[in-house]
Write a protein that binds this ligand. Structure first.
Ligand code: 3PG
Ligand code: MN
Ligand code: MN
Length: 560
């Protein structure tokens, strides 16, 4: 057990707070705090459990920051996301995250000096370099400006033939914005062509239908991408990417997230950029969860998730290494943040028994991301992680209740069993349904999450425990794009622009339960605390003082 040899894992006893209270720790995914209006689905939904934690309870309910620099992102314009949110919640400190690390490596040019670039550049002379990833400026999984810099950088350093395999977004950015991003990319590629580089888009598809599945929920998503990117085969063929995206978007009910796969073909109808022996491949997403499955398909000799038909001998590098435990991929352009000494690891060393649960689409959030991008248990005798299979092959507005009830039942049973000191869940509804842009379904989703919260609170009540309820970033509380004055913004045709993405809003945190010592309340002296302050808070509630370099606890104990 343990990640680093000479760490003193023993946590000091908290001078005032007892040990042995069962803590129910709930993360509502995509649940921010915003003005109550008709685009605030949390406000529109009946949420009696969450309301009861807030109303009239200023000492034990507050807001904390969940976006921008508070979670290690480059700027205050960066909305929060699950990866950085759960990293901060679990690690108790703020780490420069993927987006920022890539920015720094590009700015300093270090990206071109390290092993990963040297490795792929061996293919520049004779092979093609392929770039695969999410094409948007969402800044959650990838950023187009970084891709533009990479394209230039590769060309300046000898790449002769470049192919880009795009995944359209519409989830971290507005639906329909794919067209503009493709235009930007196309003009970048035209610029390269004018300098003698053979550069073009080779394939594409919508991120949720092609390639970017996560936590092995549905391998057919990755297969669709493989067929287009590697084999050069797809149901739709076009002469260029702009035409592809425009035509496919014109189909009834089409949207950026779910565009079908396509390949770009030459005049003879042949795909312009299948991946073949001797080529280099870079997956340019910096975020791990939705790249791991493709990385496995590209890298692993033994692979049985679908028939790859061909397994080309390529030089493959990720923008980052996506899984430090699996060392996947083995080559990468930028080193990921080294998140060590997470609260989970400390608590395991101090005998705290932990149960963690979510459904597939968020399971890694409350385990892998929570534990500093680390798979598996710190101590399997003390921990139990339960994954409830998510529905696959549907958009979650079709089943907005998702598995909230099942997650709550597992948490309830874990709490009542007396076998665990911390029972931690992620309730995905507000986020996953919020991303569909379906307002009515998102209201149902928020209500379902609230019902799940109630069930967990009731179990905590029964065992005399403590609850901590918070969220990782905003989403469902604001479902419309707004102008600077905060009014809903209309597009050129006068239509409302539905917001499928996360937001910049703060998130609530509430504590309570019969086990909470009298006199515990939120401190008023902290200057805009954020998600990283939660870990020390939870350690206190388990009866421990947090390590000195953790962000300060949110609570104090006053004499009553
Ligand atoms: O991957 C996704 O679904 C979105 O881009 C971000 O959502 P998450 O950060 O809540 O997972
Ligand atoms: Mn999230
Ligand atoms: Mn999300």
């Amino acid at each position: 057990m343990g990640s680093s040899g000479d760490v003193n894992w023993k946590l000091e006893d908290h001078p005032k707070l007892p040990k042995g209270k069962t803590i129910g720790l709930i993360v509502l995914d995509g649940w921010g705090e915003s003005e109550p209006d008709q685009y605030n689905c949390i406000h529109k939904a009946p949420t009696p459990a969450m309301d009861s934690l807030k109303n009239g309870r200023p000492d034990t309910w507050r807001l904390i920051k969940a976006h921008g620099t508070a979670v290690g992102l480059p700027s205050e314009d960066d909305m929060g996301n699950s990866e950085v949110g759960h990293n901060a919640l679990g690690a108790g400190r703020i780490y420069a995250q993927g987006a920022k690390l890539v920015d720094l490596a590009l700015e300093s040019g270090k990206i071109y000096e390290d092993e990963g670039f040297k490795y792929i550049s061996e293919s520049f002379e004779k092979g093609t370099v392929h770039l695969i990833g999410l094409l948007s400026d969402g800044g959650v999984h990838s950023r187009l400006d970084q891709v533009q810099l990479l394209l230039k950088g590769f060309a300046e350093r000898g790449a002769k033939r470049i192919r880009v395999h795009i995944l359209t977004d519409g989830r971290d950015v507005l639906d329909g914005s794919s067209v503009g991003f493709v235009e930007t990319l196309e003009s970048e590629l035209a610029e390269l062509r004018s300098k003698g580089v053979d550069a073009q888009v080779a394939s594409g598809g919508g991120r949720m239908y092609v390639t970017m599945d996560r936590y092995e929920n549905d391998w057919t998503v990755v297969k669709r991408g493989w067929d287009a990117q590697v084999l050069g085969e797809a149901p739709h063929k076009f002469k260029n990417a702009l035409e592809a995206v425009k035509k496919l978007r014109a189909e009834p009910k089409a949207n950026d997230q779910y565009l079908p796969p396509f390949v770009i073909v030459d005049d003879s109808g042949k795909a312009v950029g299948p991946i073949v022996d001797g080529d280099a491949v870079v997956t340019f997403n910096f975020r791990a969860d939705r790249m791991v499955m493709l990385a496995k398909a590209l890298e692993n000799e033994d692979f049985d998730k679908f028939d790859r038909v061909r397994f080309p001998k390529i030089r493959y590098a990720g923008m980052l290494q996506y899984d430090g435990e699996l060392k996947l991929p083995s080559h990468y352009l930028v080193s990921p943040p080294l998140i060590d000494r997470t609260s989970g690891e400390y608590l395991a060393h101090n005998g705290v028994r932990t149960f963690a649960c979510s459904e597939t689409v968020k399971f890694g959030h409350v385990t892998f991301f929570w534990n500093g991008n680390r798979s598996g248990y710190f101590n399997e005798k003390l921990e139990k992680y339960v994954e409830i299979p998510s529905d696959s092959g549907i958009s979650f507005n079709e089943q907005p209740k998702m598995k909230a009830l099942e997650i709550a039942e597992k948490a309830r049973d874990a709490i009542l069993s007396g076998n665990f000191d911390q029972v931690r869940v992620n309730l995905p509804n507000g986020d996953m349904v919020g991303h569909t842009g379906d307002l009515d379904a998102t209201v149902v989703a928020c209500e379902a999450a609230d019902v799940a919260v109630r069930m967990i609170l009731d179990a905590i009540e029964k065992v005399g425990g403590i609850y901590v309820v918070t969220a990782d970033h905003g989403n469902a509380e604001d479902m419309v794009k707004r102008d600077k004055a905060g009014k809903p913004a209309l597009d050129k045709e006068g239509k409302l622009q539905i917001l499928t993405s996360h937001t910049l809003k703060p998130v609530p945190i509430a504590i309570g339960g019969p086990g909470l010592s009298a006199g515990v309340r939120f401190r008023l002296d902290l200057d805009t605390p954020g998600l990283a302050n939660v870990a020390a808070t939870v350690m206190n509630l388990h009866g421990f003082v947090a390590p000195g370099d953790y962000e300060p606890s949110l609570i104090e104990v006053v004499d009553k």
